[in-house]
Design a binder for this molecule. Structure first.
Ligand SMILES: Nc1nc2c(c(=O)[nH]1)N[C@H]1C(S)=C(S)[C@@H](COP(=O)(O)OP(=O)(O)OC[C@H]3O[C@@H](n4cnc5c(=O)[nH]c(N)nc54)[C@H](O)[C@@H]3O)O[C@H]1N2
Ligand SMILES: Nc1nc2c(c(=O)[nH]1)N[C@H]1C(S)=C(S)[C@@H](COP(=O)(O)OP(=O)(O)OC[C@H]3O[C@@H](n4cnc5c(=O)[nH]c(N)nc54)[C@H](O)[C@@H]3O)O[C@H]1N2
Ligand code: SF4
Ligand SMILES: [Mo]
Length: 712
């Protein structure tokens, strides 16, 4: 009888099994791989699995992070209701209560201290619609000049280099397809194999067709393994290395004379600058043999086509923007841009790292990559928003500098959306201290991150499975992330939260949207005529065409596969070269008697940024459950450090304790620590406050440190 019953129930269970499929896009990197969540329900439980979906950029591939992304989105720790901090304990409150409190506090702060006493800190993980709306919210509803976003720590060097050199910034000048056809590639400070894994096949296919690959990185990584030559540069010396390459190219006459003459300004100055530099001196500064520099330069110069990719290794430096400009000097001198299989790629980081830097979250920016200091741009946007031009704030300061203003007491309130700045900004202890001084701090997140735990109020946001909207991926392709998964308890979309706060502050008329598509329709108009022109893009087209590369200026425009084929975006149509010094204007730390080693920082495959999401995913956390310090075995011996030993790393700013990982793949004078962990493992405790003078990027990639084993 029992056996019979059991069989009956098993049969019943099978019968009621249902399957639902939810379309989405990965919440992590800039590849924005399309995927589907499969939900299988039986009477007793639900099972989830993520599978890949074909699309033009990732071509149906997923990496381990995408495959396990649902684990954090479905995690029990997701915030379900607004949380009020009552003497250090978070208590659930209603949305009405939360919004009323924000109204009271924000109004109070502004009436006591002025409009600019409030600040907004945004993100490049939110959708284009939300990034656009957050900028509008700061300028229209709060009327504060203080807004910036986490992309400042990410894409700002590459963005300012591209704007200054080409006149506009789209991460990839070419569509991703061009990679396969190019003859020579320089990968400078980019670890694509771990950071954009589904992009790797493009490089592998290029290589199969005979492309010569040059990697520049102080470490051997899964990416540098693909390279024909690896220039194991000293951290922070990329500008000098690019000078070396440029010098050889120019002196060997491997330049494109007619391209330079017709399309470039500033070549002669660069030519005489590099002529005055000594290649052996560059070899000494960079730690790369002159022979290797010559070989790299000769191949790149001689090949018919070539592409250069930079990422945070080159860019997260206090001379990041000018270093990228020097790599662009190489492209321009050899005429390798604006044509098939030749171009530049700043490998974008976050899921919407591209779009979120175009539509007005930046301190000095209005939507469509317009400038907040340009009279014509101000009038155009103010007019569409229905506000007076004179009421639009002027430019504010960069992300890190906002914390300085909080510390000085000028900023009293913070609306933080989708970022964990205590773990991601340099000098964490300082950032924490600045946040603690605020009168009122609202964090919008899915979890109680290290930063959110300091908030007066946390508002629960929806995840990638639940929020529809557009995301602009690594190649500048605007994609539509459809979402239909049920909302987690009382979580709301970021755009809904912005609208509700704006409404409470009396600006409801400017923020009366019912869907993300309505916001996009407005974004289309506001971006029209700007450099990042989305006006020809519609949700319908995105569905039918599987994404569109901007600029797209009308509904019949097919999108732009390749930029600068005829002219650059400066008013004279020419790209600008400038001489770049070997050593940065803001002096970088170099090893000294007290702090004898270089420290650089970065990522591992299985974790994402400050780890709030990936550390919640059991499958991903299991791969790397704690931070580590990569160290050369010879250096480890010198400091009497065993493999897997706990080590204290100390800089002038502070110290952390992580486990050693001996590896001959790193330079002997350099340590590498990822930044995905918090508190005593938070490597940003060690990083200096110094910023790039042009784009205000911190120098995450070079510090001087000392180490000691704490296990023996
Ligand atoms: N798995 C994973 N993928 C990610 C992310 C993640 O957190 N985890 N984050 C996403 C985001 S937001 C971003 S911005 C990207 C980042 O992508 P990447 O920039 O590729 O990643 P990083 O590891 O920060 O740095 C890249 C490489 O720079 C090297 N490097 C360090 N110092 C120097 C230097 O001075 N010069 C040179 N030439 N190289 C140097 C490091 O050794 C490292 O291999 O990845 C995106 N994808
Ligand atoms: N030492 C060192 N530091 C670095 C870097 C480095 O290479 N080295 N890289 C820098 C770079 S490139 C970047 S991009 C920054 C990024 O650093 P952060 O901006 O701090 O990025 P995340 O860790 O992704 O933080 C995102 C937070 O938002 C939440 N969240 C996720 N999705 C959503 C959403 O849709 N809505 C809302 N409201 N919340 C959401 C997550 O739970 C998490 O708490 O770190 C920088 N810091
Ligand atoms: S992390 Fe990046 S490469 Fe991996 S699945 Fe997500 S979007 Fe694709
Ligand atoms: Mo980033």
């Amino acid at each position: 009888m029992t056996e019979l019953l059991l069989r009956y129930f098993r049969k019943k269970q099978k019968e009621v099994q249902t399957e639902k499929i939810y379309d989405t896009q990965c919440p992590f990197c800039s590849m924005q791989c399309k995927m589907q969540l499969i939900e299988q329900s039986t009477v007793t439980r639900k099972k989830y699995q993520t599978i890949a979906k074909d699309n033009p950029t990732s071509q149906g591939r997923l990496c381990i992070k995408g495959l396990h992304a649902h684990q954090h989105a479905l995690h029990k720790d997701r915030i379900r209701n607004p949380l009020l901090n009552v003497d250090g304990e978070f208590q659930e409150i209603s949305w009405e209560h939360a919004i009323a409190l924000i109204k009271e506090k924000f109004t109070g702060i502004q009436s006591s201290y002025g409009k600019n006493a409030l600040s907004v800190y945004g993100s490049a993980t939110i959708t284009n619609e939300e990034a656009y709306l957050l900028g509008k919210f700061a300028r229209v509803a709060l009327q504060t000049k203080y807004i910036d976003y986490n992309g400042r720590l990410c894409m700002s060097s590459a963005a300012s280099a591209a704007v200054q050199t080409f006149g506009m910034d789209r991460g990839f000048t070419n569509s991703i397809r061009d990679i396969e056809g190019t003859r020579c590639i320089i990968l400078a400070g980019t670890n694509i194999a771990e950071c954009q894994p589904t992009m790797m096949p493009y490089f592998e296919r290029a290589k199969e067709k005979g492309c010569f690959i040059i990697a520049i990185d102080p470490r051997e990584t899964m990416t540098t393994k693909l390279a024909d030559i690896h220039l194991k540069v000293k951290p922070g010396m990329d500008a000098a290395l690019a000078n070396g390459i440029l010098k050889v190219i120019i002196e060997k006459g491997l330049i494109d004379h007619s391209f330079i003459e017709q399309r470039v300004a500033g070549f002669d100055e660069v030519k005489s600058h590099v002529a005055s530099l000594d290649l052996e001196e560059i070899a000494r500064l960079t730690g790369v043999e002159s022979k290797l520099i010559e070989q790299a330069a000769t191949v790149f110069g001689k090949e018919e086509t070539g592409m250069i990719f930079t990422a945070r290794g080159v860019e997260q430096q206090t001379d990041g923007s000018i270093s990228v400009r020097n790599f662009l000097n190489i492209l321009l001198a050899t005429g390798k841009v604006g044509k098939a299989y030749s171009g530049f790629g700043a490998v974008t980081g976050q899921g919407n790292g591209q779009g979120a830097r175009e539509h007005g979250q930046k301190a000095d920016q209005l939507p469509g990559y317009r400038s907040i200091e340009n009279q014509e741009h101000r009038e155009y946007v103010a007019n569409l928003w229905g506000v007076k031009e004179k009421d639009l704030p002027r430019k504010g300061v960069s992300a890190f500098e906002m914390f300085e203003k909080m510390n000085e007491g000028e900023i009293k309130g913070l609306f933080l959306m989708c970022s964990n700045p205590i773990v991601s900004n340099p000098s964490s202890a300082f950032v924490k201290q600045a946040i603690e001084k605020l009168d009122f701090f609202v964090a919008v997140d899915m979890f109680i991150s290290e930063t959110a735990s300091l908030a007066d109020l946390i508002l629960p946001a929806t995840s990638y499975l639940e929020t529809s909207g557009t995301m602009t991926n690594v190649e500048g392709r605007v994609t539509l992330r459809e979402a239909s998964f049920p909302l987690k308890a009382n979580a709301k979309h970021d755009w809904q939260i912005i609208c509700e706060v704006a409404q409470a502050l009396g600006y409801g008329d400017y923020f009366s949207y019912h869907t993300s598509e309505e916001i996009f329709e407005e974004l289309r108009k506001v971006s029209k005529g700007g450099l990042a022109d989305y006006s020809g893009i519609t949700y319908d087209r995105l569905r039918k065409e599987n994404g569109i590369l901007w600029p797209c200026t009308d509904e019949l425009h097919p999108g732009t596969e390749r930029l600068f084929e005829e002219r650059f975006a400066h008013s004279d149509g020419k790209a600008k070269m400038i001489p770049v010094p070997n050593k940065a204007e803001v002096k970088k730390e170099t090893p000294s008697e007290d702090f004898p080693l270089y420290l650089t920082t970065g990522r591992v495959m299985s974790h994402y940024l400050t780890g709030v999401q990936t550390r919640k995913s059991s499958s991903l956390a299991a791969r790397e459950f704690e931070s580590f310090m990569e160290i050369h075995p010879e250096t480890a011996r010198e400091y009497k450090i065993n493999d897997q030993a706990l080590v204290e790393i100390e800089s002038e700013r502070g110290s952390i304790i992580v486990r050693s990982r001996l590896s001959a793949s790193i330079r002997k004078d350099t340590l590498f620590v990822p930044f995905h962990w918090e508190e005593t493992q938070n490597v940003n405790q060690l990083i200096s406050k110094k910023l790039d003078p042009t784009c205000r990027m911190p120098g995450f990639k070079v510090s001087a440190v000392r180490i000691r084993s704490v296990t023996n």
